[in-house]
Design a protein around this ligand. Structure first.
Ligand code: NDP
Length: 605
């Protein structure tokens, strides 16, 4: 009996030597597959949606919306973004007695990601009970362990209503300018709706996955059929709705570019609706068992106080190698990520052990493909060859199965991706695939510059722009404060903590941000601003604790997780605090306890 039994596939009959051989062979294959995907253009291989006519339209609002401009000169905070982060900040401020604030968002409602993403099959891939904010406070029980997107969006609206956030919101509004007025010690803000807002704090909570990107494929603009990004799904073309089958695709040939977490959810729905579906794959995703199930109505109200926080903390421990006594969620994510194989190994034996554990999970997922997909050639092409932390592990009970359907065709590009689109459709290896609809499941900007993702360029002290100060990547204390930009609070994961459960990391970060605003107000402070020394110290700390994680990421196949394998100063600076989110939170807790804002210059009049 071998030492390394596969916990996913339950294959457990190889010797230790055979096991090590298989691990080494896999590592070799990982490097070969990675090499196929390395490209010199890194993150610039993608375009912004707005560069294409008609692709960046909000499908969820009536055209022609107008409103009177808002002029307010005594705000405590302007929060950019009304997704989970913006809502949690707003609720936290109200609880702390801060009532003069505005939320600005391009979307037509609360929800952020869950406002924009309404593609068919869209659902939460982290358990709803820990992913949906404020369940205990709202008393809401999600219907399913992995709730559909429509339900999550409705929950966002519920939060907006329950905590009376709507009166603070300026929707369908884009930030135009934000300029620090040194004399007044305030931010002067203008928007696309003519608003003029003057505020003590500017809080950017613009999200992580809010700016869709398109592959810069030759001829992409020449495609004569309908095309859209998954975050702008056009049901007027496909028929149906997020909750109803797409009834206008029965005679249509549909292509989808991309096979990430989004495509995994879309493909089964297209398979049910379209005449033919062509899945254009550059890199396959690992897909584990989902086993979604209904949650008993009223479950939430029957729980003891504090249950959600306990479950959230437990999940974070489980997926970052904390190995708590109990695994409360007990799902695929907690089992597959139980061992943190990215950590720095102290001995060659430890390194070999981590490699074997990582292989074990990925091999189990590869074995599952052979079990599910009937055509061996297709099964082989669907196998992911990289480490388990390189990309998001996906879970679905219909995606792999779709490839057994006669109308679903995998077009594998052997790591090269679609490189040409003609008026008729994508061309791969000289074969043209004529299509009626081409869906881009090509993801979002994640680690590009903050300014590009925010869509405006804050101007700080001395007229310096954030894009100038951060031309070589982020400069922050804790990912939040930045020199030359007093009272700017950045709510993002760059140089901050992070977690598989986005809600958890936003919960921690937003609680800290609202503490800062309320404390500054209570203590009569005018401005807070990071010192350059504190920024440098913080970055050095991140680099020192991130060595193991950095080494792991460098060996990964390119993706947004490792800035498409770019080796620039910006990608080196735009890192997150690795590992367990609560370790990052520990820094914030200790910092608050010190009481005098260490690392910040504080002014009071
Ligand atoms: P991803 O960035 O993960 O995927 C984009 C896909 O497009 C990749 O498969 C990429 O290939 C592919 N691609 C890019 N260019 C080409 C090309 N020229 N030809 C063919 N394929 C190409 O975006 P997603 O929208 O899938 O997911 C983004 C994130 O959104 C996830 O990681 C997850 O965090 C989140 N998400 C969360 C969900 C939830 O339920 N909570 C649901 C869905 C998404 P390659 O891999 O080679 O780069």
């Amino acid at each position: 009996m071998g030492e390394f039994c596969n916990t996913v596939s339950h294959i457990c009959e190889v010797t230790v030597a055979e096991s090590q051989e298989r691990v080494e062979a896999a590592k070799q294959r990982y490097q070969e597959e990675r090499a196929k995907r390395l490209r010199s253009d890194g993150q610039s291989q993608y375009h912004e949606l707005s560069e294409f006519d008609g692709l960046d339209v909000d499908p969820w609002v009536e055209p022609g919306f107008t409103r009177e401009p808002v002029v307010e000169d005594d705000l405590t905070a302007v929060i950019v973004g009304a997704g989970f982060a913006g809502m949690l900040i707003a609720k936290g401020l109200l609880e702390k007695g801060v009532t003069k604030f505005r939320l600005v968002d391009l979307a037509g409602d609360f929800g952020g990601t869950w406002y924009w993403n309404r593609y068919p099959g869209c659902m939460c891939d982290v358990e709803s009970l820990i992913y949906l904010p404020l369940l205990e406070e709202t008393g809401y029980t999600p219907t399913m362990r992995y709730a559909p997107a429509t339900e999550i969006f409705e929950h966002c609206q519920r939060i907006g209503r329950t905590f009376d956030l709507y009166p603070h919101a300026l929707f369908q509004t884009e930030m135009d300018t934000a300029v620090w007025d040194e004399d007044a010690s305030k931010w002067r803000i203008t928007t696309s709706r003519g608003d003029q807002l003057t505020s003590k704090f500017l809080i950017t909570a613009g999200g992580i996955l809010h700016k869709p990107k398109l592959p810069a494929i030759e001829g992409i603009q020449d495609f004569a059929g309908r095309a859209f990004h998954t975050a702008r799904w056009d049901y007027s073309f496909t028929g149906g709705s997020p909750t109803e089958p797409m009834d206008q695709l029965a005679d249509k040939r549909v292509g989808i570019v991309g096979t990430g977490a989004t495509a995994i959810q879309v493909v089964p729905q297209l398979a049910k609706a379209a005449k033919d579906v062509y899945v254009f794959q550059r890199t396959p995703s690992p897909v584990g068992v989902r086993a979604n199930e209904a949650i008993e109505p009223g479950w939430v109200k029957a729980q003891p106080p504090g249950w959600q926080r306990e479950r959230i903390l437990n999940f974070t421990e489980c997926v970052t190698g904390g190995k708590p006594e109990k695994n409360l969620v007990g799902d695929g994510a907690t089992r597959l990520l139980w061992e943190d194989t990215q950590q720095e190994a102290s001995t060659p034996e430890e390194s070999a052990r981590l490699d074997a554990l990582d292989f074990d999970v990925m091999q189990g997922l590869r074995d599952r493909i052979d079990e599910v997909v009937t055509d061996p050639e297709t099964a082989e092409k669907l196998k992911p060859w990289y480490g388990k932390h390189c990309k998001r592990l996906c879970y679905h009970d219909e995606y792999l199965q779709s490839f057994n359907e006669p109308n679903v065709h995998l077009v594998d590009t052997n790591g090269k991706g679609v490189q040409e689109v003609s008026a008729a459709g994508p061309v791969v290896d000289g074969v043209e695939y004529p299509l009626d609809l081409l869906v881009y499941a090509s993801g979002f900007e994640v680690t590009t510059g903050l300014v590009s993702r925010l869509g405006f360029d804050p101007v700080g002290k001395g007229g310096v722009k954030l894009s100038e100060r951060w031309h070589d990547g982020a400069h922050t204390l804790h990912g939040i404060h930045t020199n030359s930009f007093p009272n700017l609070l950045v709510c993002h994961f760059v140089q901050a903590g992070f977690g598989l459960n986005f809600h958890h990391y936003l919960q921690e970060l937003t609680a800290h941000l609202t503490w800062i605003v309320a404390t500054v107000e209570a203590e009569g402070i005018d401005t807070i601003e990071a010192t350059v020394e504190a920024e440098d110290e913080w970055l050095n700390l991140l680099w020192s604790i991130g060595k193991g994680f950095g080494r792991y990421a460098v060996a990964c196949t390119p993706s947004f997780h490792n800035s498409e394998s770019e080796r620039t100063m910006a990608s080196a600076r735009n890192v997150a605090h690795p590992g367990n989110l609560m370790h990052y939170v520990g820094y914030l807790d200790r910092w608050r306890d010190e009481g005098d804002f260490p690392g910040l210059t504080v002014t009071s009049s």
